[in-house]
Design a protein around this ligand. Structure first.
Ligand code: NAD
Length: 499
């Protein structure tokens, strides 16, 4: 059995805790590797390596740091096929989708290549007699990222791309379900000229996470995962004086207005609802057609498309999606489908019986479609995170805007309409962090910032873009006087203004 490792101070290091987790091949259901679970001592070792590397890395001028990021970007591009194959083999998403995962990460590295410009401070000449004021953005020191299974390339790069470009040293604790891509990225970063200790990977479970949260030498923690853990990470991390940004779960709605182009909407809902088996925080698991007439027309178009979904091996170029990540996750999604039926929703397409021929032990699940779901149902309130699209019918625009606005989550939302006025009002009023207008998955590009509202994000600062640079730096402001004519005569006993 293959045994994975940590990546500490520029080298692969075997786990020493004696505790391991299973990494599955979701397509076959077999365990393909053991991943070591770090002890507190192993986390501390990573922190000490990072503390040692930090002063030298922070002193590297920004254009040289940017050059390392450029090299890293080129190397990740050159290894795209290898990374995508590694990703699909542990996650189960289809190869094209794995490439997309890597590509969206590369975009953050491209953004981070602009760090000489992004990290510039501000300067006011002549703020008072002989006085200038300037501010600088300095790195925090050692920072950490705790990342989820569903984007094992993009989400670590969201975090470490910006953190490292700003001059910090970064420790990644990836998901124990698919740790191989983050490990490979840390090797490529070293090959790109990143010094040992600047990017490290420590594998583990709750024990490793708690050790990160409690270690006061780690100044900031970025987290992406489910909301319960996000809230826990935020509470425990901030209690230890850390800066924390913790992104959580989601239940994104797509509003379908009566004037929308239904053929376009159906295409978008198929991709956003079932792509990656629904295991995306920006997936669309809820469609809200406005009026019963539109709902009936939408269901009539969706039903045959969902029934015809091609589910396949991750390397099948024609497959819409592959297996789910683990048997436990598949069970959880199936339980939600059972519950939806018990709650009285109308199961229009039932994906529970799907079997992948020759891969009966793989974690496959067919696509399901529910109609007549109501906001009071548990299956509507909670995140399912699987290939299940729920239709919640709304009578009018007001009801449609209320549904995502009142929902506990507020990550993404979309509206499909030809009416600019309705779209504009929707974008202004809806209580959700990222809004798509005729765009089903409105994930901002790397030079804007990513983040949801309500229980989809804990903390005040978003991921990447200008917000990411602010998160990973602290501002220092210097007020300098170079008076002409020697010593000033009297001390200042009262507060001074710069007249
Ligand atoms: P998860 O919460 O199970 O795990 C995320 C991380 O937390 C992993 O590194 C895991 O090892 C760690 N963890 C798990 N249990 C823990 C515990 N009890 N104590 C401390 N740490 C623990 O999430 P997941 O299943 O890997 O990812 C799917 C979730 O992530 C979904 O809810 C999805 O919506 C969310 N997600 C959110 C965003 C976003 O930006 N809002 C993006 C991607 C995924």
């Amino acid at each position: 059995m293959k045994e994975l490792h940590h990546f500490l101070n520029g080298a692969p290091v075997k786990g020493t805790s004696g505790r391991f987790g299973d990494v599955f091949n979701p397509a076959t259901g077999e365990v393909q590797a053991k991943v070591p679970f770090a002890s507190r001592a192993e986390i501390r070792r990573a922190v000490e390596n990072a503390l040692e590397a930090f002063p030298k890395w922070a002193a590297v001028n920004p254009q040289r740091r940017a050059r390392v990021m450029f090299n890293f970007k080129s190397l990740v591009e050159a290894h795209m096929d290898e990374l995508a194959a590694l990703l699909s083999a542990e996650h189960g998403k289809v190869l094209a989708d794995s490439r997309g995962d890597v590509l969206r990460g590369i975009e953050v590295i491209e953004f981070a290549c602009g760090i000489p410009h992004l990290q510039k401070g501000e300067y006011t000449e002549g703020a008072g007699p002989g006085i200038d004021i300037y501010s600088m953005r300095q790195p925090l020191g050692v920072v950490a990222g705790i990342t989820p299974f569903n984007f094992p390339a993009m989400i670590p790069m969201w975090m470490f791309g910006v953190a490292i470009a700003c001059g910090n040293c970064f420790i990644n604790k990836p998901s124990e379900k698919d740790p191989s891509v983050p490990l490979r990225l840390s090797e490529l970063f070293l090959e790109a000229g990143g010094p040992p200790g600047v990017l490290q990977v420590v594998n583990g479970d709750k024990e490793a996470v708690d050790a990160i949260l409690d270690d006061t030498d780690i100044k900031a923690v970025s987290f992406v995962g489910s909301s319960a853990i996000a809230e826990y990470v935020y509470t425990r991390g901030t209690a230890h004086g850390k800066r924390v940004q913790a992104m959580g779960g989601a239940k994104n709605h797509a509003i379908v207005m009566p004037d929308a182009d239904l053929d376009q909407v159906v295409n978008e809902l198929m991709g956003a609802g079932y792509g990656s088996g629904g295991e995306r925080c920006m997936a669309i698991p809820v469609a809200v057609p406005v009026t019963d007439k539109i709902a009936d027309a939408l269901i009539a178009r969706l039903k045959p498309r969902v029934e015809a979904l091609k589910i396949g091996l991750p390397n099948d170029p024609d497959a819409a999606y592959g297996p789910l990540v683990t048997a436990a996750h598949r069970r959880k999604v199936m339980d939600y489908i059972d519950l939806g039926v018990q709650e009285g929703a109308d199961l229009v397409v039932d994906g529970r019986g799907f079997k992948m021929q020759g891969y009966e032990n793989g974690f496959y699940l067919g696509g399901s479609l529910f109609d007549r779901v109501t906001p009071e149902m548990t299956t509507c309130k909670e995140e399912i995170f699987g290939p299940v699209l729920q239709i919640v019918r709304a009578h009018d625009f007001e009801e449609a805007i209320t549904l995502p606005s009142k929902h506990q989550y507020g990550n993404g939302v979309a509206i499909f309409t030809r009416d600019g006025d309705a779209a504009r009002e929707f974008a202004a009023r809806v209580q959700v962090g990222m809004v798509g207008i005729n765009v089903p998955i409105p994930v901002p590009l790397a030079y804007h910032s990513f983040g949801g509202w309500k229980r989809s994000a804990f903390g005040d600062v978003n991921q990447h873009g200008p917000e990411g640079v602010r998160f990973y730096t602290k501002i220092k402001t210097v007020t300098a006087r170079w008076p002409k004519g020697g010593v000033r005569e009297n001390p200042d006993f009262v507060i001074q203004t710069m007249k």
